[in-house]
Design a protein around this ligand. Structure first.
Ligand code: SF4
Length: 68
């Protein structure tokens, strides 16, 4: 498992935002840990048309924290 830090996709509101939240995303956000090979779509408006796939520990300047 990888540690997911603030500023990384696993804690970003755009991570997987184009589909219904699932248990894995909820788990990553609460435990701040993710499997090395877990990837999901980035739904940021500037990436979504490109169907960018990112890991939970990827990141970019478009990071926005998940609102609880
Ligand atoms: S690539 Fe950037 S905008 Fe997309 S999920 Fe990761 S941090 Fe968020």
């Amino acid at each position: 498992m990888l540690q997911v830090h603030e500023g990384q996709c696993g804690l970003c509101t755009h991570f997987g935002e184009d589909h219904t939240p699932n248990g894995i995303l909820t788990q990553i956000r609460s435990t701040k840990e993710a499997k090395e090979d877990f990837i999901d779509d980035c739904g940021h408006p500037r990436h979504s048309s490109l169907h960018l796939k990112v890991t939970a520990v990827s990141g970019c300047d478009g990071f926005e924290p998940v609102k609880h």
